[in-house]
Design a protein around this ligand. Structure first.
Ligand code: AMP
Length: 310
């Protein structure tokens, strides 16, 4: 089933205790797509400037990522983000953000993408995210990401968006900020009450927790000691999760929110998200995730499944 992602396409400058990568291909929509394409073709909507390299276009196109919705702004510069990680890599400081063409990003979903059944709204203002939904033709399953900036500056718009989506993905501190709760379980339940039928709270190296109706499902991260650069882990987690859901398809058009996806399928999708995110962090930028294969993924998934089974 068709999968659409809308979000940032970037050049990142990353510093970790293992080294530095200047002007590396990145952005939420790029990490998402490189993870999702392991499972299914992806349609990408984003914006870049004249400086976006042909090599990067080729890298994405060679991996079943349809760039029909990638707008190129003449005379513009691609979004740039720079970050530095703490020695244990659990904390990240943003050193600089140059929004450039992303500042005025008004996503235009091409006609041919409007029938996408699965939609991921990567991190952007909730107003921008809602404008994408306005252009879609009743998708089966819509998931969104958000961040502290939007929770603080566009709270009402974000709450409105929550009423229109099936799943929300955010990290633990953002969940507490959004709900004003200090307990993760309370925060997850409070977000469910705001609209989405599924909430996934990410806890970095400690894994994630799914909230779905009365059910709470905690999943550990896939343990890897080769962490070189955590950038993009969250977006590739989302990419594999949605990629797997789209590959499985839904059990018919949705009657009410999120109904098309079975609980068991969603749990397996989360496990794939966990496994694929572990590839991303093993090298700088997109180097590792761009080379991950279906075979690598299945192999690691079996190891993960094995240690979840008692
Ligand atoms: P993650 O490590 O999963 O949080 O994702 C990191 C990616 O998000 C990097 O490749 C950045 O280019 C991108 N990014 C950073 N800040 C923003 C922002 N404000 N809006 C959209 N994308 C961003």
């Amino acid at each position: 089933m068709s999968l659409l992602v809308v979000g940032s396409v970037a050049y990142d400058t990353i510093k970790t205790p293992h080294g530095e990568a200047p002007d590396a291909l990145g952005g939420a929509a790029v990490y998402f797509s490189l993870a999702a394409r392991i499972f299914t073709p992806v349609r990408l909507v984003g914006v870049v400037g004249d400086d976006f390299r042909d090599d990067d276009v080729r890298l994405l196109e060679a991996r079943k990522i349809d760039l029909g919705g990638l707008e190129r702004v003449r005379g513009g510069k691609t979004f740039r983000w720079s970050g530095e990680y703490s020695p244990d890599m659990n904390r990240r400081e943003t050193l600089s953000v140059e929004l450039n063409v992303f500042q005025d990003f008004r996503p235009k979903v091409p006609e041919a993408f409007r029938d996408s059944r699965f939609v991921f709204l990567a991190n952007a203002s909730p107003v921008t995210q809602a404008s994408v939904l306005d252009q879609m033709d009743r998708p089966d399953f819509v998931m969104a990401d958000t961040m502290d900036l939007w929770i603080q500056t566009q709270h009402r718009e974000l709450v409105d968006l929550l009423g229109r989506i099936d799943g929300l993905l955010l990290n633990d501190s953002e969940a507490m900020l959004l709900t004003d709760r200090h307990n993760l379980i309370d925060a997850g339940r409070a977000i469910l009450a705001m609209g989405p039928s599924r909430v996934v709270i990410k806890k970095g190296e400690h894994g994630s927790v799914l909230f779905e109706g009365d059910r709470i499902v905690p999943l550990p991260a896939y343990p890897t000691s080769h962490v070189k650069d955590p950038t993009g882990a969250g977006d590739s987690f989302a990419g594999a999760l949605m990629g797997f859901l789209a590959q499985k398809g839904s059990s018919g058009p949705r009657k009410s929110k999120g109904q098309g996806v079975e609980p068991k399928t969603f749990k397996v999708a989360l496990a794939y998200g966990t496994v694929v995110a572990s590839f991303t962090v093993e090298d700088f930028g997109v180097r590792r995730i761009a080379e991950a294969t279906e075979g690598d993924t299945r192999e690691r998934f079996e190891v993960y499944r094995e240690f979840l089974t008692l």
